[in-house]
Design a protein around this ligand. Sequence first.
Ligand code: GLN
Length: 226
Amino acid sequence: MVETPALPGNTADKDKSTPARQSRPRIGVLALQGDFIEHIHTLEKLDVDVVEVRKPGQLADLDGLIIPGGESTTICKLIGLFDFEKPLEQFVERGSALWGTCAGMIVIARELTDPYPRPLDLLNIKVSRNWFGRQVDSFEDDFEFRGIEGGPFRAVFIRAPVVEEVGEGVEVIASLDDGHAVAVRSGNILATAFHPELTDDPRVHAYFVEMAKHGAAKRSQGDSGP
Ligand code: GLN
């Protein structure tokens, strides 16, 4: 794992002035609350530099960021407290890849069916928290994940949300038999209701790293959008 010092200032402008600096993508995991360690362990199986992110300035030189599972009200509170909101918006605007797993999906949604927390409105989906019930109703199931080869993917659901409404521009990449989406993507943003970091299968992480590489390649060609 690589520790980076926090970089002050405007993340978007800094990134534009940064020359193509490395071939290994740098992937951060938001480490405010939740199962960030498990994501870090999975990323360490891949050819990437991994950064534990605790300050907004650290977003400046990342190609991708994962918001882990945990407790979405707490993560949202800490995002507000540590002033991550604007930098996260700029991170997505400059085309860097963002992935929310479970609580992370709730945090980045446009809207919730629940009264709280107030999500960040980065991804055009409406999400229902705790859709499957309580902690005891956690379960595992196999899913076909559009865009990932090698057979079905074992998904672990822990007090998981589902996507109630898929907005314009959002592609469903895995869904339940009843039609509820549990994995979606819109350009440089990915969201999964389940926890790929709790399996031994790094294919969803590898898929996300490809998204991050794609964004980085586009940015180095001077195209700042997703
Ligand atoms: N139920 C939690 C929430 O609403 C999410 C659970 C998880 O991330 N495993 O934040």
